[in-house]
Design a protein around this ligand. Structure first.
Ligand code: HEC
Length: 116
């Protein structure tokens, strides 16, 4: 009985210790290259094949200055609801219809992983 109880307590503890699934930076990178790279460049530097023709041009997302200015909620809103939702250009279109919550988490995590 005592052994059984210990086993139950231990396995409950193990379940509690399961980490919340972390966002997947590699999956975010894959999505970014598929959906965003044309304008933002493959690594978010703002040097995609289409970026020269854009006005405004997308900023360098790896800039530490910008990274410090914005929170994750801002980045997520821009991606899901488009630039216009936060007072930026509507050329940055909304991708919410094409992305799951998980995709959005992964994209935010990928963008956060970029630095100079
Ligand atoms: C059609 C070109 C285009 C595509 C495709 C595009 N973006 Fe953008 N994005 C822009 C432009 C242009 C801006 C700059 C808007 C401004 O500064 O007013 C921008 C801005 C941003 C910003 C910066 C917001 C800020 O605070 O300055 C983020 C983050 C972003 N885009 C993420 C993404 C992600 C993630 C994807 C893919 C799911 C994506 N974009 C796809 C054109 C694009």
């Amino acid at each position: 009985m005592r052994v059984l109880l210990t086993a139950v307590v231990l396995s409950a503890g193990a379940m509690l210790a399961q980490p919340v699934p972390a966002a997947d930076v590699a999956a975010g990178e894959t999505k970014f290259k598929q959906l965003c790279g044309t304008c933002h460049g493959p690594t978010g530097k703002g040097d995609g094949p289409a970026s020269a023709a854009l006005n405004p041009q997308p900023r360098d997302l790896s800039s530490a200055e910008w990274q410090n200015e914005v929170d994750d909620a801002h980045i997520r809103t821009v991606i899901a609801d488009g630039g216009a939702a936060v007072g930026l250009s509507p050329i940055m279109t909304a991708f919410g219809h094409a992305l799951s919550d998980e995709d959005l988490d992964n994209l935010v995590a990928y963008i956060r992983s970029l630095d100079d």
